[in-house]
Design a protein around this ligand. Structure first.
Ligand code: FAD
Ligand code: DLZ
Ligand code: SF4
Length: 514
C-alpha cells in the first residue's frame, strides 16, 4: 500500500467509539485508513452543553489512540486543523481525494440527519460508500419493524419480553427469573429522610482531556453549562470502571429509588452510564450481563437487576426502533399543537419552582439529570404549559451528555410530550405537584405551596395540570386510562373550575417570572 493510497476508508463517527464496530470488522488493518473528524457542523447543529462537547471530543481522541495501539492507521481531523472542511461530508470528500480508496464504509449513523448527509455525499464521492448495520443493538432496525408490523399498539413491555427471550437475560428456561417479567411496582419508593447516595466514579482529566477542555472554552465561549470540574470517563477502561463502581455501590438500591428525587442529590442510585453506552465506550449487553451476574451472586435484588436490564434491552432498544420506524415525519409530530416558546429558566435555572430549579442547575453543572427529573419535572412542566415539543426537543438534545436524536427524540416527543398522540405512551405523563411532593423533598423548600390549587402562591403544577386536561379534553376524552381523572375534574364546583382556569391564565401570561 502506498503512503497515501488505501483499499478501504472507514469513517467512524463521534458516537461509534467501539472496537467491535461493524465497519471495523469489515475492514482489515493492513489496507485501511480509519477517518475520525471533529467538525463544527456536528458541534453546532444544536447548542450542545460545553461538557458534552469536551466529553465527545476527548473520547474521540482517546479512541483514535486506542485504534492506533490496536494496529489501525488512523487519520484524525482536529477541530482547529486549518484544512478542516467543517462537516462530515467535506471531511469524507477530502479523505477520498487523499487516499483514492476502492471503497468507503461506515456503520449506520444514529441520527437520520447524518444518514441523509451521507446519502447525499455518496452521490459524488468518487468511491462506493457502504452503510453497514449498527449491530451494537440487540434488535436490528428491520427486526423492530417486523415486530411492529400489524400491531395496533406498540407497547414496550411486549417488545421487552422478546428481547429477554432473545438475549436469555434473567431467564430460567422459558420463564422469567422470579416468575414475573417486570418488578416495576417495587421500584417506586419515595426517598427516605436522610437518604444519601454514593457518588458516581469521578475520573481526573488527563492531558488530552485538558487540551480539549481548553479548546471548547476557546471555540465555544458562550456554550451552555459548566465544563469543570470535568469528571466523566473518556476511555473504555475508565467507563468500565465507572460502571463496576455503580454495580458495587448503587445497583442494589437502583430499583427501590429509581423514581425518587432529592434536592442536591443529582444521581441518587442511577448508573450515570448512558453517555458511555451511547458513544460506544460501554457495550449494552456486557453491562446487562454484569448486572445479571451481580444478581445471581446475591449482590443485588431482582427488582434492581430487572429494572436496570429493562431500561437497556427494553426502553433503549424500543425507542431506537420507534425512531427508525417513524422518522423523518416523527420529528414534526405535535398532537396538542403546543406552540409556546421555551421559558428562559430552562437555560438559567432562575425560577422559584424548587423542583425545576434543581433539575436545571444540576443539568448546567453535570450535563445530567435522571429519568424522573427529565420526565416528571422539566418534561411535565413543558407538557402542562403547552411548550412547543420541538423547542423542548432541541433543549434536551443540547443539554445532556447522553443526548443523540435516536434516543432523545422518542423520549421527548413521544414519552414526555405525547406529541405522537399515544404511539409510545398509553396516556400523557402529566402530573400535578402532588406527584413531585410524594417522590421528592423539593416542595419542602419551595416558594410555592404544593397543597394550593388556585391561590396566588399555589404550586404552578397544580392549576396547570387541571387546565392542561380541560384545554385538551376533546383530544383526550376517549383515552381509557383517564376516566378517573375526568371524574375528579367534573366533581369540582364551577367556581373552582373558573379559579383554576384564571390561575393558569395568569401563570402562563408571565411564565418567565415563575
Ligand atoms: P439509569 O437510570 O441508570 O438507567 C440505565 C440505562 O438505561 C441508561 O443509561 C440508559 O441507557 C437506559 N435507559 C433508561 N431509560 C431509558 C429510556 N427511557 N430510553 C432509552 N434508554 C433508557 N436517554 C438517553 O440515553 N439519551 C437522551 O438523550 C435521553 N433523553 C431523554 C429525554 C427525556 C424527555 C426523557 C424523559 C428521557 C430521556 N432519556 C434519554 C432516557 C433516560 O432519562 C436516560 O437514559 C437516563 O436518565 C440516563 O441516566 P443514567 O445513565 O443514570 O440511567
Ligand atoms: C455529537 C457530536 C459532536 C458534538 N461532534 C462530533 C464530531 O465532531 N464528529 C463526529 O463524527 N460526530 C460528532 N458528534 C456525533 C454526531 O453529531 C452524531 O450525533 C452521531 O454521529 C449520530 O449520528
Ligand atoms: Fe415543584 Fe410545586 Fe413542589 Fe414547588 S411546590 S417544588 S413548584 S411541585
Amino acid at each position: 500500500m502506498s503512503k497515501a493510497g488505501c483499499d478501504t476508508l472507514v469513517l467512524a463517527l463521534g458516537d461509534q467509539l467501539s472496537l467491535t464496530l461493524s465497519s471495523l470488522r469489515a475492514a482489515n488493518r493492513e489496507s485501511s485508513v480509519v477517518l475520525i473528524a471533529e467538525v463544527m457542523e456536528e458541534a453546532q447543529y444544536v447548542p450542545h452543553h460545553a461538557r458534552k462537547l469536551a466529553f465527545i471530543f476527548s473520547a474521540m481522541r482517546h479512541f483514535a489512540a486506542e485504534l492506533e495501539a490496536d494496529g489501525w492507521r488512523v487519520e484524525y481531523t482536529r477541530l482547529d486543523d486549518p484544512e478542516n472542511a467543517g462537516n462530515l461530508r467535506g471531511e469524507l470528500a477530502r479523505a477520498v481525494e487523499r487516499h483514492r480508496p476502492k471503497r468507503v464504509i461506515v456503520t449506520h449513523p444514529g441520527e437520520h440527519r447524518v444518514l441523509e448527509a451521507l446519502l447525499v455525499a455518496r452521490e459524488d464521492l468518487g468511491a462506493p460508500l457502504e452503510i453497514l448495520p449498527d449491530d451494537r443493538f440487540v434488535a436490528s432496525i428491520e427486526e423492530f419493524a417486523e415486530w411492529a408490523q400489524g400491531r395496533k399498539q406498540l407497547r414496550m413491555e411486549f417488545f421487552y419480553r422478546e428481547m429477554r427471550r432473545k438475549t436469555r437475560l434473567l431467564m430460567e428456561g422459558d420463564e422469567p427469573a422470579g416468575g414475573a417479567w417486570n418488578f416495576d411496582k417495587e421500584n417506586r419508593k419515595p426517598p427516605k429522610a436522610g437518604l444519601r447516595a454514593p457518588a458516581p466514579l469521578r475520573v481526573t482529566p488527563d492531558a488530552i482531556t485538558q487540551e480539549v477542555i481548553d479548546l471548547v472554552k476557546r471555540r465555544f465561549p458562550d456554550s451552555f453549562g459548566e465544563i469543570e470540574p470535568f469528571w466523566f470517563a473518556v476511555t473504555r477502561e475508565d467507563a468500565r470502571r465507572a460502571f463496576m463502581h455503580f454495580i458495587e455501590h448503587a445497583l442494589a438500591q437502583f430499583g427501590d429509588y429509581q423514581d425518587a428525587m432529592l434536592d442536591g442529590e443529582p444521581f441518587l442510585y442511577h448508573s450515570v452510564t448512558a453517555q458511555y453506552l451511547n458513544c460506544g465506550l460501554l457495550d449494552p449487553l456486557e453491562a446487562c450481563r454484569a448486572v445479571e451476574h451481580a444478581w445471581r451472586d446475591g449482590r443485588a435484588p431482582l427488582n434492581a437487576a430487572e429494572g436496570f436490564i429493562r431500561q437497556i434491552i427494553g426502553w433503549r432498544e424500543y425507542v431506537r426502533g420507534i425512531y427508525w420506524l417513524k422518522m423523518p415525519a416523527y420529528a414534526r409530530e405535535n398532537f396538542f399543537d403546543a406552540q409556546r416558546p421555551l421559558p428562559a429558566f430552562y437555560w438559567s435555572g432562575d425560577t422559584k419552582m424548587a423542583c425545576v430549579r434543581d433539575a436545571v442547575r444540576q443539568t448546567r453543572e453535570h450535563a445530567y439529570a435522571h429519568h424522573i427529573q427529565r420526565l416528571m419535572v422539566t418534561g411535565n412542566f413543558a407538557l402542562l404549559a403547552g411548550i412547543s415539543p420541538h423547542a423542548l426537543h432541541e433543549w434536551y438534545l443540547s443539554v445532556y451528555a447522553d443526548a443523540y436524536e435516536w434516543v432523545e427524540l422518542p423520549n421527548t416527543l413521544g414519552m414526555s410530550q405525547f406529541a405522537d398522540g399515544g404511539l409510545l405512551a398509553s396516556k400523557p405523563y402529566a402530573a400535578s405537584g402532588a406527584y413531585i411532593s410524594r417522590m421528592s423533598n423539593y416542595c419542602k423548600s419551595c416558594a410555592y405551596d404544593v397543597k394550593g390549587r388556585a391561590q396566588p402562591n399555589a404550586c404552578p403544577f397544580n392549576a396547570l395540570y387541571w387546565d392542561f386536561l380541560a384545554r385538551n379534553r376533546a383530544r383526550l376524552n376517549n383515552n381509557p386510562r383517564l376516566g378517573q381523572v375526568w371524574r375528579v375534574y367534573d366533581a369540582f364546583a364551577d367556581p373552582e373550575k373558573a379559579a383554576i382556569a384564571s390561575r393558569a391564565t395568569t401563570l402562563l401570561a408571565d411564565i418567565d417570572s415563575l
